[in-house]
Design a protein around this ligand. Structure first.
Ligand code: CUA
Length: 185
């Protein structure tokens, strides 16, 4: 080693560096392709909706007032569900949605940070006081899905969950105000 010419030495270092750069390059490319693949084929995206709402007054008026909670079908046929995440429940406790249609879910919290997922779907978000958490999704199968809070929010955290009732499109019968509720069972 001692008699190796410095140039040979440098070339070997360069070789090693290039090898590492190549390895890291492959990892970065694989990570980016995985993100692009899940975004394009499975609709898994980082939350991008920044919409502010005053947590102190959201229950008094506006879209998160009690009479506006739950699922509503608008005149243009779009479906939006509005849900409040609060210590320690979701309001409403059961949310009816149609199968196979684009559904917009909107959440707000008047107290602390909550989180939620809907089992078997791509719905998974935090609900941070001061912001509206919005998720678009399409429910592929009918049936009852569990929607638990998945962010520790206090002593009642483990009791905080709701049901998402996915109904066949033919069973969706909005009332005069466009509201749909869970079927009794
Ligand atoms: Cu809400 Cu945990």
């Amino acid at each position: 080693m001692a008699d190796t010419h410095p140039r040979t030495h440098e070339r070997r270092i360069l070789g090693t560096e290039l090898l590492w750069a190549f390895g890291v390059g492959i990892l970065v490319a694989a990570t980016i392709s995985m993100i692009a693949f899940t975004a394009l084929t499975r609709n898994i995206n980082p939350p991008s909706n920044v919409e502010r709402i005053d947590p102190k007054t959201l229950h008094l008026s506006g879209e998160f007032a009690e009479q506006n909670l739950g699922t509503r079908v608008a005149a243009d046929g779009s479906v939006t569900a509005r849900i409040i995440a609060t210590q320690f429940m979701f309001v409403p406790h059961c949310v009816a949605v149609p199968q196979g249609r684009l559904v917009t879910l909107r959440f707000a919290s008047p107290d602390v940070i909550h989180g939620l997922l809907i089992t078997g779907t791509n719905v998974n978000t935090m609900v941070v006081p001061g912001f509206v958490a919005q998720v678009h999704t399409q429910f592929t199968r009918t049936g009852d899905l569990l929607m638990p809070c998945h962010e520790y929010c206090g002593l009642g955290h483990s009791e905080m969950w709701a049901t998402v009732q996915v109904l066949p499109d033919s069973q969706i019968k909005p009332d005069a105000n466009g509201r749909i509720g869970c079927a009794q069972h």
